[in-house]
Design a protein around this ligand. Structure first.
Ligand code: F0G
Length: 459
């Protein structure tokens, strides 16, 4: 079947011109960047798929909100607007602003992990893993086995493996586990959704052992759309009610607002417990700023209050997920392997399958990301062994469960033609896949190395 494109439920009012470099110029730029796509200047990129985080196009209503933002240090009206939007959407009594998702992790995780040894998640995002480790604990991933097979269809590849979770709790001791984290959608498994049934089961296990359940809510709206499509109980349910069904299972949440709240900056923490909220407020004041702005300017808070509501609009979500499905459909036609069915914010190309001659320690997904830049000025990123890094105990390179090259699609930014350029570039690369070489790291920092490491091509 020919891939279908769901038309945009908006028109374009403002445009940003793009520069187009020659292949020779791109070769020079990527070499000068130490073969690290994070070191490229964005003006040297034609289609930027590095992330869907903070790269969203805001609506005219949000831009109008920017002008109405209240920049008062304390008690700004924008603060009350965002409180109202967030409490209404998530149904949690206490909500704290912070400047982005990892700030929420920095504030909350050390409180939950104090005196504890482990956090268990369907899959930790890299900053979440880093904050678990910075709090002196270890991060354990516990995704369902179906997620590991990129070719077989499964409705909810983001789910927690609940029997394995319970086994971990037995083996490690409930008293040693500070938090159970549900990442929705499951970014590292391919933006894969988690079912409400699975959240309920995970919540039941967590609460049986007195362990708090936290939702990492970065892409909660996209997750809710998938639930509506795939979980029979919610077939006729408004998105807003699905969101409530998910969050009512959790004790707290962290959120990067830079994704589904369709803004360029922001984060939230929510919780039910008043005593926990007091600690969150104190730590926010130390690290982020006074509670009513939490590291954000009033104009950004106002845009967030509006974006939270736009992000759960079903027409928008249909178009949004439709873009992923269109791009995935084109890749499928061309025989490019990817995490299937496609997830909510990105197509995760299976570099292990496309470049089987490159072993994990020569970073096949990074090699493919570099090749995409060479081919068409497209910037994607590695979600594989290169991103995972070294074992914190032994210092040895870890082997990731997946070697994905992630094509993250910013919200409301690129058109159908841009998606066609991406698909055509990958098809061209597939033709000469055997010639593509791996990479070695020549310089790396100890934590979150993929942002700043330097690499060199292998002969
Ligand atoms: N949790 C998840 C699931 C994420 O995907 C991210 C960020 C964070 C937490 C941290 O949020 O960036 O606002 O500090 N993900 C981005 C990405 C960076 O490209 O996937 P942040």
């Amino acid at each position: 079947m020919k891939p279908i494109y769901i038309p945009e439920p908006f028109r374009i009012k403002s445009v940003e011109p793009l520069k187009m470099l020659t292949r020779q110029e791109r070769e020079e730029k990527i070499a000068a960047a130490g073969y690290n796509v994070f070191s490229l200047a964005s003006e040297d990129v034609y289609i930027d798929l590095l992330t869907d985080s903070g790269t969203n196009a805001m609506s005219s209503a949000q831009w109008a909100g920017v002008m109405l933002g209240d920049e008062s240090y304390a008690g700004a009206s924008s603060y009350y607007h965002v409180q109202e939007s967030a409490q209404q959407i998530f149904g949690m009594p206490y909500v704290q602003l912070v400047h982005q998702g990892r700030a929420a992790e920095k504030v909350l995780l050390p409180v939950l992990l104090q005196g504890k040894k482990y956090a268990i998640s369907n899959m930790h995002f890299d900053t979440t893993r880093a904050h678990v480790e910075l709090a002196g604990a270890r991060a354990i991933d516990c995704v369902v086995p179906e997620a590991l097979d990129t070719t077989t269809y499964f409705d909810f590849k983001g789910n927690m493996d609940v029997p394995r979770l319970e086994q971990y709790i037995h083996d490690l001791g409930a008293e040693n586990i500070g938090v159970i984290i549900m990442t929705v959608t499951n970014n590292s498994a391919g933006g894969q959704p988690v079912s409400v049934a699975n959240i309920r089961e995970t919540s039941a296990v967590a609460h049986k052992y007195g362990i708090p359940l936290m939702i990492d809510a970065a892409r909660y709206a996209e997750n809710s759309y998938f639930v509506k499509q795939r979980e029979t109980e919610f077939k006729n349910c408004p998105i807003a009610d699905i969101v409530k069904a998910m969050f009512q299972e959790a004790d707290c949440f962290t959120m990067s607002s830079k994704k589904d709240a369709i803004v360029n900056m922001g984060g939230l923490i929510g919780c039910r417990d008043k005593a926990l909220f007091e600690l969150i407020k104190q730590r926010t004041i130390s690290f982020e700023g006074f509670v009513t702005y939490g590291g954000m300017s009033g104009r950004d808070i106002e845009a967030l209050a509006i974006g939270l509501k736009e992000g759960v609009d079903e027409n928008y979500l249909r178009y949004r997920i439709g873009q992923m499905e269109y791009l995935a459909g084109r890749l499928e036609e061309g025989g490019i392997p990817f995490q299937s069915p496609v997830g909510g914010h990105a197509v995760f190309v299976d570099a292990k399958k496309l470049l089987p001659h490159i072993p994990y320690y020569q970073f096949p997904a990074q090699a493919l990301a570099i090749e995409l830049y060479r081919e068409a000025g497209i910037r994607a990123c590695d979600i594989g062994s290169y991103m995972l890094g070294n074992d914190p105990d032994t210092g040895k390179q870890l082997e990731a469960e997946f070697e994905f090259t992630r094509l993250a699609i910013p919200r409301r930014v690129y058109t159908q033609s841009h998606l066609d350029v991406i698909a055509d570039a990958l098809l061209n690369i597939k033709e000469r896949a055997k010639e593509i070489k791996g990479y070695k790291i020549v310089e790396e920092p100890p934590i979150l190395r993929h942002f700043t490491a330097k690499l060199a091509p292998l002969d």
